[in-house]
Every structure is written in C-alpha cells, then in structure tokens.
Design a binder for this molecule. Structure first.
Ligand code: HEC
Ligand code: HEC
Length: 99
C-alpha cells in the first residue's frame, strides 16, 4: 500500500498531538530529593526500595505516607530503586536540622 499525501499529514498531526500530551504529562512532575525529615534519617543512596515501601507503599493499609495514585508507575518495578529518581545527598541523611 502506498501512503497518500493526506495519510502523511494525518501521521504528522497524530505525532504532534502525542508529543504534546507527553510533554504535558511530564510538566510539574519534578523528582524531589529525599527530604531531610526525621523519618528519613539513615537513608543513603543504597537504601533498597523495600525499606522505602515500609512507609510509602500505597497498597499497605496504614502506610505513613502512601504514594499517590498519580505517582509515576515505574516505582512498581522490582528492579528500579527509588533512589534512582529521588536522590539522597552524598553520605546519606544523618542529622535533621531542628526547626
Ligand atoms: C519511617 C517512614 C519512612 C521511610 C522508611 C521513608 N519515608 Fe519518605 N517520607 C516519609 C514521610 C512521613 C514523608 C512526609 C510525607 C508528607 O509530607 O506528607 C515522606 C516524604 C517523602 C518524599 C517527599 C518529599 C517532598 O519533598 O515532598 C519522598 C520523595 C520520599 N519520602 C522518598 C523516600 C524514599 C526514596 C525512601 C527510601 C529510600 C523513603 N522515602 C523512606 C516517611 C518515610
Ligand atoms: C521514575 C522516577 C521515579 C521513581 C523510580 C520513583 N519516584 Fe517517587 N516521584 C517521582 C516523581 C516525578 C514525583 C513527583 C510526582 C508529581 O509531582 O506528581 C515523585 C513523588 C514522590 C513522592 C511525593 C508524594 C507522591 O506520591 O507524589 C514520594 C513520597 C515518592 N515519590 C516516593 C517514592 C518511593 C518510595 C519510590 C520507590 C518505591 C519512588 N518514589 C520511586 C519519580 C519517581
């Protein structure tokens, strides 16, 4: 099948729309570093995801800070560490500034 001129125009428009949607979905979605709060003391860049999920797993009832349903779904992959996206200061979080 040979593509007609109108087919190409359609493909280009569709690609532009998809690109715009992807851009929109990424906007305002900044990866926050692991915050310096008492609950995060002891966390380093090597802390395994299981340790984060103790408090952040949305499927566990009574989670301290469950992940929002809008959280990027990559977190569900076993092989992806939370700290890949949520950076920890070098040396880890040791002390927390007293407010
Ligand atoms: C002992 C419980 C606990 C553990 C373990 C824990 N967190 Fe948290 N985390 C919290 C609490 C409580 C908050 C604050 C939630 C709020 O402000 O609503 C929080 C907030 C966050 C935030 C949001 C920070 C911000 O600026 O809004 C990120 C990102 C985060 N945690 C990542 C992690 C990662 C990554 C790990 C594992 C390396 C982890 N947490 C382990 C309790 C924990
Ligand atoms: C692919 C990168 C990525 C991975 C992996 C990831 N996050 Fe996030 N996280 C984000 C982004 C981006 C946001 C901001 C979401 C927003 O603004 O809607 C976020 C937000 C958060 C927040 C703030 C509250 C919320 O639910 O939006 C917490 C807490 C958090 N992440 C914890 C974790 C934990 C714990 C893990 C590991 C199980 C993890 N993240 C894995 C990218 C990631």
């Amino acid at each position: 099948m040979r593509l007609k001129r109108t087919d190409w125009i359609f493909i280009l428009v569709a690609a532009a729309v998809i690109g715009a949607l992807v851009l929109l979905s990424l906007m305002g979605r900044e990866k926050k570093p692991v915050s310096a709060i008492p609950q995060h003391v002891g966390i380093t860049a090597d802390t395994p995801r299981a340790d984060c999920l103790v408090c952040h797993d949305p499927s566990v009832e009574g989670s301290v800070a469950p992940l929002a349903p809008t959280h990027p779904h990559v977190w569900k992959k076993e092989q992806v560490a939370c700290t890949t996206c949520h950076t920890v200061p070098p040396g880890g979080i040791e002390k927390v500034p007293v407010p």
